[in-house]
Ligand binder design. Structure first.
Ligand SMILES: NC(=O)c1ccc[n+]([C@@H]2O[C@H](COP(=O)([O-])OP(=O)(O)OC[C@H]3O[C@@H](n4cnc5c(N)ncnc54)[C@H](OP(=O)(O)O)[C@@H]3O)[C@@H](O)[C@H]2O)c1
Length: 212
């Protein structure tokens, strides 16, 4: 697949590298450093481009920017009509300590309102990027960790699944975009477990339903 990475920081660079290693055509975009985008492109055999160039002809888009940059990226990206958009953004304030959208809506729902013709799937927002490399290496060995995904477009969730499995996660469908109201605060639980509690940041999880 042709994947446009909008935001080539911790999430975008890591996922882009692993998708490239899985045989996907990755285009890196949206960084303050054109040299960084070029380096990522060279190292992965992909491309560096503007946001507009990256989304043109893409099969899938990863939106991976700080919440404060979302408006700017969407403006450059256009209407994203018909495009599969994987959204890993958590709607945080500048200090990354408070959720700024929630309760009666969520970041996922607000993004879908801003670009209603895109095929939105929220995923990767409840898993720290520090886990991705080891999950990728362990792919195919034993039970994979879960990755929560949610969205209102069942077909989009189906199309996102191979991209999630390519990293080494098993997608766990957690319902519609409305789930973002609860999953986005849960992302802060995973951040607490990863970054503030002992044992390192490469946190993964797997849910089980026990038989009665
Ligand atoms: N990191 C995680 O483990 C994690 C986990 C779950 C969810 N998330 C969510 O995923 C999203 C991305 O997080 P991240 O950790 O990947 O963030 P990040 O490392 O800060 O990367 C953000 C990207 O946006 C670019 N950017 C920021 N301001 C810009 C500007 N003014 N102009 C152009 N580019 C700009 C950055 O550019 P530079 O390359 O110049 O820095 C970088 O490439 C966030 O919404 C976060 O809440 C992250």
């Amino acid at each position: 697949m042709k994947i446009a990475i909008l935001g080539s920081g911790l999430m975008g660079a890591k996922l882009g590298r692993l998708w490239a290693a899985s045989g996907h055509e990755v285009t890196f975009a949206y960084s303050r450093s054109p040299a960084k985008l070029q380096r990522l492109a060279t190292e992965t055999g992909g491309r560096a481009a503007s946001v507009q160039e990256a989304v043109t002809g893409a099969d899938a888009v990863l939106l991976a920017v700080h919440w404060s940059r979302v408006g700017d990226v969407l403006e450059q990206a256009g209407d994203l009509a018909g495009l599969l958009v994987l959204n890993c953004c958590v709607p945080l304030d500048d200090s990354d300590s408070e959720i700024v959208v929630g309760g009666t809506t969520s970041g996922a729902e607000e993004l879908a309102r801003l670009r209603p013709e895109a095929r939105w799937v929220a995923c990767f927002n409840t898993s720290p990027s520090e886990s991705f490399a080891s999950v990728f290496v362990a792919k195919g060995q034993g039970e994979p960790p879960h990755l929560l995904i949610y969205g209102d477009d069942a077909g989009a969730k189906r199309d996102a699944a191979p991209l999630i499995r390519a990293i080494g996660f098993e997608p766990l469908d957690a319902g519609g975009l409305r789930t973002g109201r609860f999953a986005e605060p849960f992302a802060m639980v995973t951040a607490e477990l990863a970054y503030a509690q002992p044992g390192g940041a490469a946190l993964t999880y797997r849910f089980h339903k026990r038989r009665a």
